[in-house]
Write a protein that binds this ligand. Structure first.
Ligand code: FMN
Ligand code: SF4
Length: 491
């Protein structure tokens, strides 16, 4: 449904058509219709066994301790999703390296196993064992906050001959040269600084997989297979049903797959070489966890950036992942740093602020196509490519799906095998249980306002605006750090 327009937001990219949409879930099924539906029918493929085709994709809630341990708030968050009984629940992107990364979960050392075991137990109890639990394994490269201009010139810029030549400053002491650079008008900086220096000044310093002059980047193909496989083993020890390798969005593995990866060490350039490390990581993971433990990945049907990977590339990757033996493939779109908007000073670039970010987490202000099901056609093309190779690997599609018939049509027409709902599950974690028992009318329908994503961007505990101020005085409610919001959906 279309509504009127709203003014532009300087931080987030929005389609220029600026048409406002309202989610329209349509009719809800009776208990019998639900029982006979494709959505609530089981699925079994290799190590993946689901009691229905429903899936809650990974969503970072910013609830771990600063050292990456599971907290009581994490247990509440995942327990709340599990009470809604989706067939599968994917735990947020969880770090595989033993480095400080703020309140995001980590599985980078055995010390994290006890907390993760508690999380598994919580989900088993809350879903009476019905929800299969996977954990998303992520590697990411350093991204620094945007510095104040003076700080950048005083501290971060590495002075080179290029800077001295540009200012005719051959014999100047370094501090004078830095001060002179800091005083240059913005237009002149374009010719004095390199494109990467300009990026560090305007967006904050960010490492790329193509920075092979840096030893820690050139050695990624040597270290990542072991880091991922050790993390997967820990997840197995903690009792998870499987792992989802994070090969999507703005992070290391997606950057290897991207057409922007021009590494010349055999891990970039051609499609096959870009795929090489993701396949090596998968092989190492499979070797360490065996064939009874589900291993799949999340990757992009398309990068949605200039010179990025296309749907043809995504279809090829899907075929190859399926042929390598993955138990499932979950597809997303976009979400890259390459076209992210400039962050405010002191904030880090956020990969969901540009056009590719819009394609990944589309909000209700949209174009002619609208925010619902933007990844359906690309996902169905990837699935068709996999089926062409005579493989039945299940494909999970996500993006603006919130209605029963919408989901059912995707399954019936063979465009996907499993339906992911991220924000709709956050808006109402009971969607699955309610719809199954003929109570669809009481579903709290997501409005796709991206209030939750805004909290993620600010690294604040993620909640939903449809319920986070409700029943704040109920006993035993845990609240956000500012005490203003409840942290999980009311029953
Ligand atoms: C707050 C928030 C956190 C997210 N965190 C992750 C994540 O950790 N890993 C991931 O692959 N996708 C993440 N996503 C993307 C979602 O999984 C999903 O692909 C996206 O929201 C589009 O699906 P939807 O329309 O059903 O919400 C996140 C999305 C939101 C809104
Ligand atoms: S805040 Fe709630 S309603 Fe808004 S997009 Fe997020 S989940 Fe949907």
């Amino acid at each position: 449904m279309r509504l009127a327009v709203k003014p532009a937001d300087p931080i987030m990219w929005k389609p220029s058509q600026r048409i406002r949409y309202k989610a329209a879930p349509g009719e809800w099924p009776s208990t019998t219709e639900a029982a006979n539906s494709a959505l609530f029918s089981p699925l079994a493929y290799q190590a993946l066994e689901l009691e229905s085709r429903t899936w809650v994709p990974a969503m970072v809630p910013w609830r771990a301790t600063d050292s990456g341990f599971v907290t009581a708030d994490n247990l509440d968050w995942y327990g709340r999703f599990a009470r809604g009984r989706p067939a599968a629940l994917v735990v947020e992107a969880t770090g595989i390296r033993d480095i400080a990364s703020g309140p995001l979960l980590r599985v980078s050392n055995d010390r994290f196993i006890p907390g993760l075991k508690e999380l598994v137990a919580k989900v088993r109890n809350a879903s009476s064992g019905q929800t299969r639990l996977f954990i998303q394994l992520i590697d990411f490269l350093p991204v620094r906050r945007r510095p104040a201009s003076e700080t950048y010139f005083q501290r971060y810029l590495e002075i080179t001959d290029r800077h001295r030549d540009a200012l005719n400053a051959g014999g100047w002491p370094e501090h004078e040269l830095r001060e002179a650079l800091a005083r240059l008008p913005v237009e002149e900086l374009d010719s004095v600084l390199t494109p990467r220096e300009l990026e560090s000044l305007r967006m904050g310093y960010r490492e790329r997989v193509t920075d092979t002059h840096l030893p820690q980047i050139s050695e990624l193909p040597e270290i990542l297979p072991a880091l991922f496989s050790q993390a997967a083993e820990r997840a197995q020890q903690a009792g998870f049903d499987g792992v989802e390798l994070h090969y999507a969005h703005a992070y290391t593995m997606a950057s290897f797959l991207s057409a922007t990866n021009n590494r010349d060490d055999g891990y970039g350039g051609t499609l096959r070489q870009r795929l090489r490390l993701p396949l090596e990581v998968y092989t190492a993971v499979r070797k360490s966890v065996g064939s009874d433990f589900a291993v799949g990945c999340r990757f992009l049907t398309e990068d949605c950036i200039d010179a990025g990977s296309t749907l043809a590339d995504g279809s090829f990757f899907g075929q190859e992942f399926a042929a390598a033996g993955m138990d499932f493939i979950s597809v997303s779109r976009g979400g890259k740093f390459d076209d992210a908007r400039q962050p405010r000073v002191g904030e880090a670039a956020y990969p969901y602020t540009g056009r590719s970010g819009y394609e990944c987490i589309p909000g209700y202000i949209s174009d002619d196509f609208g925010p619902f099901g933007r990844n359906v056609e690309p996902a169905s093309r990837v699935r068709a490519a996999i089926r062409k190779g005579d493989l039945e690997t299940p494909v999970v599609v996500t993006g603006g799906i919130h209605g029963f018939h919408q989901a059912e049509a995707l399954l019936d027409s063979g465009r996907a095998d499993v339906i992911g709902m991220a924000r709709q599950s956050l808006a109402d974690p009971d969607w699955f249980r309610k719809v199954r028992v003929g109570q669809g009318r009481s579903v709290r329908v997501c409005e796709y306002t991206n209030y939750c994503e805004g909290l993620d961007r600010k690294h604040k505990q993620v909640t939903c605006q449809l319920w986070d101020r409700t029943g704040l005085d109920e006993p035993g409610i845990s609240r956000s750090r500012d005490n203003k919001r409840r942290l999980v959906a009311p029953d």
